[in-house]
Design a protein around this ligand. Structure first.
Ligand code: ADP
Length: 236
């Protein structure tokens, strides 16, 4: 019976995933088709701006397909961690180097708070950078100009605690329950425009769990900022 239950659950998940994916693919495809038809009918001028719009829709489609591929890998539980000793401070530096400019451009202050004297720890550097990039990228995206984002890493008992705190749009208590679900976005229309697929946090969670860690989000509500944290257990 348990086996039958499990199979039924997998089948339901599979059906839902196909439904979700078709829905996600339809939006950019409809837009691209619309642009092309307008071009063909002469409603839209064949100028660089029109081509740019079509190009950016295709870009979204491509990002979505890449995200989906990554999602299928993490959901199939085939994440092979490449664990090696890493300095936690160097991870934060990498994030600063890759995203720093985008913070400057949007006039958001990026602050780092690294506990001094942290030892090297065993983890998969690329995967943890992927998680941090997602969290810091979200903080950048969901924080209005003039805001502030703090990346913190410190020791907590036998775990390494990473957190990304922003002064952005915040998340309601109700929505906090869903944000790690695949394809979930708190504001569908706005995030559609900015290209979010609602997959990033699902992937981040799977990568943290592959390290036997936990990830969670906190917010005092809409307009009151958010903090995303994850703990990675480090055996002595
Ligand atoms: P997306 O690609 O849409 O950003 P994610 O899985 O990374 O997908 O995030 C899921 C949703 O969680 C986002 O669409 C957004 O609504 C919400 N979210 C994530 N990070 C933040 C944040 N720092 N502040 C406010 N909302 C956030």
């Amino acid at each position: 019976n348990q086996m039958a239950d499990k199979l039924e659950k997998i089948e339901t998940m599979r059906r839902q995933l196909i439904g979700d994916v078709s829905h996600e693919l339809r939006t950019p495809l409809t837009a691209i088709k619309g642009y092309l038809e307008a071009l063909m009918d002469g409603v839209l001028p064949a100028n660089p701006e029109t081509y740019q719009q079509i190009h950016s829709e295709i870009d979204r489609l491509q990002r979505l397909v890449n995200d989906l591929q990554e999602l299928s890998r993490v959901e199939a539980d085939v994440i092979q961690l490449q664990v090696a000793p890493v300095s936690p401070a160097s991870l934060i530096e990498r994030i600063q180097n890759t995203l720093g400019r985008q913070f400057e451009e949007k006039n958001i202050k990026l602050v780092t708070d690294v506990e001094p004297g942290l030892p090297n720890v065993l983890l998969d550097q690329d995967r943890i950078i992927q998680v941090l990039t997602n969290l810091v990228g979200n903080a950048l995206q969901y924080t209005p100009k003039g805001g502030k984002v703090i990346i913190c890493v410190r020791w907590e008992k036998t775990n390494l605690l990473f957190s990304v705190k922003d002064t952005g749009i915040g998340i309601s208590a109700e929505q906090l329950n869903f944000i790690f679900n695949r394809f979930y976005r708190t504001d569908k229309s706005r995030n559609r425009a900015s290209g979010g697929s609602g997959i990033g946090l699902t992937i981040a969670k799977a990568l943290v769990q592959a390290h036997r860690g936990t990830i969670w989000a906190e917010s005092n509500g809409e307009g009151k900022g958010s903090t995303f944290s994850f703990l990675i257990p480090i055996p002595k």
